[in-house]
Design a protein around this ligand. Structure first.
Ligand SMILES: *[C@@H]1O[C@H](CO)[C@@H](O)[C@H](O)[C@H]1NC(C)=O
Ligand SMILES: *[C@@H]1O[C@H](CO)[C@@H](O)[C@H](O)[C@H]1NC(C)=O
Ligand SMILES: *[C@@H]1O[C@H](CO)[C@@H](O)[C@H](O)[C@H]1NC(C)=O
Length: 423
């Protein structure tokens, strides 16, 4: 028997959204062509006023993809970066000796590629195991150290030990600077703040999320100490795994951004992204993800902001149709077969954010689905946002008809098909 609870409020952000105006962790993120961004296990560099995001394609055999943006919200697809290169996991950008390089893991080797341009035409240069002991490895991370103007490759060497290697000026992987001992970790990322290096890593649980941790050191030579969670343990890093830390140095403040992947069960095309600002405390040597369902950072000032001025549709005002024909109006408990209908929802005619507020007792066994204007096939909310069911506010981007004319239905399904309760 399945008991799920949904608390349904519908919130339509006002304003026409031809462009993305928020980062919504876990939500499907569309590029400027309206396609889902396909750059997983990625990282970012900034050149001039442009950010470049490189990651592995889930839809095309882990070939490296690149996107560019000037606001971290709207990303233009710059396409595949290396003709014929597939199976390159967690690619990262670096620029030793003035050239443009990508580094990633292929067959447990470091594959390095080089181009004369930031975007496109990357060609394979080297395929090597890691110094000093010919280690194979899994996850790739990257860090540029301003103090030494040197790039560092982060890896999970021998599949277990996070290791930091200098990248030589000729692009080869150089000497090991330090190693994080005392646990099996992967997915390393690094940033520098207030005199401390912060190394963020995940545990090893396959595609399933776990509580990611932070270690600190005053030097890239180590030793690394710590190991505190960067989010409440039960949240499993808000359903994500670290891939990169981005520093946005603005005129008013510096904002440190956690970039994580919300992998689906196979690391495939259903995977999304969880980006969040971090509270960094050098005194306590701690990092805390600042969870917000929607947020953005001003890339000029560095300031973080959140939406306001949205329209709310309360479940109490909606029409509830129980599967056995009884009940309408109040009562926002839904079982499988029940539907709650919001009439006259305001649409813009373009992609816009709707935030669904509800909870599910057991998101492994129950799902919420939506239909817009009686479309034939309902869509599971989890297809739009990997946070669906796991968090009480789930923003998704949808196209509604223009005007106060839309009908949005929410229903619940469950594997046992018997009782799916909305509260
Ligand atoms: C930097 O790159 C140039 C051009 O490829 C090369 O001639 C030079 O040897 C490189 N310098 C170092 C220190 O590797
Ligand atoms: C929708 O709005 C129209 C007027 O704009 C109103 O006549 C109608 O009753 C509304 N429908 C519902 C179901 O509230
Ligand atoms: C939605 O989820 C339910 C329950 O997991 C599943 O049976 C159904 O096939 C899903 N629908 C779609 C369109 O994926």
């Amino acid at each position: 028997m399945l008991y799920s609870t949904l608390l349904a409020l519908l919130q339509a952000a006002t304003g026409v959204l031809a462009a993305n105006s928020w980062i919504a962790p876990g939500a499907v993120w569309y590029d400027t062509d309206g396609k889902k961004i396909d750059a997983h296990g990625g990282g970012i560099v900034k050149r001039g006023d442009t950010f470049y995001w490189v990651g592995q394609s889930a839809s095309n055999s882990e070939t490296p993809m690149m996107y560019s943006s000037t606001d971290l919200l709207n990303w233009k697809n710059l396409g595949q970066q290396a003709s014929g290169v597939t199976g390159l996991w967690r690619p990262k950008i670096a620029k030793p000796n003035g050239s443009f390089w990508l580094y990633g893991q292929q067959d447990r080797y470091v594959l390095s590629l080089k181009s004369t341009d930031q975007a496109g035409n990357y060609k394979t240069v080297n395929k090597v195991h890691l110094p000093p002991s010919d280690y194979s490895y899994s996850d790739t991370g990257m860090f540029y150290d301003e103090a030494s103007t040197t790039w560092y490759l982060l890896t999970s060497a021998d599949h277990n030990t996070v290791q930091i290697n200098k990248i030589n000026s000729d692009g080869t992987v150089g000497a090991r600077s330090s190693v994080l001992t005392g646990g099996a970790y992967e997915a390393p990322g690094l940033f520098f703040a207030n005199g401390l290096y912060f190394l963020i890593v995940s545990g090893k649980t396959g595609w399933r999320a776990n509580p990611n941790k932070v270690f600190t050191s005053t030097s890239l030579s180590g030793p690394w100490t710590g190991g505190s969670d960067i989010a409440p343990a039960a949240q499993n890093t808000y359903g994500s795994q670290n891939t990169f830390e981005l520093t946005v140095q603005g005129s008013k403040q510096t904002t440190y951004i956690y970039m994580g992947d919300a992998w689906d069960s196979k690391g495939s095309t259903g995977s999304n992204y969880v980006w969040l600002p971090m509270a960094v405390d050098a005194g306590k040597k701690s990092v805390t993800l600042q969870y917000h369902a929607m947020w953005k950072v001003d890339v000029n000032t560095g300031e973080v902001s959140y939406p306001s001025g949205s329209k709310r549709y309360a479940a109490e005002e909606a029409v509830v149709r129980k599967r056995d024909g009884v009940g309408k109006g109040a009562g926002n408990k839904l079982r499988t077969g029940d539907e709650i209908t919001f009439h006259n929802v305001t649409g813009t005619g373009a992609l816009q954010w709707l935030a669904f507020h509800y909870t599910v007792n057991n998101p492994e066994a129950g799902q919420a689905y939506i239909t817009i204007n009686d479309e034939v096939y309902p869509t599971n909310l989890s297809d739009h946002n990997s946070r669906a069911g796991y968090h009480s506010q789930v923003p998704v981007q949808l196209v509604l008809d223009p005007g106060h004319v839309n009908t949005v239905r929410i229903g619940a399904t469950g594997s046992s098909g018997k009782f799916c309760h909305l509260v």
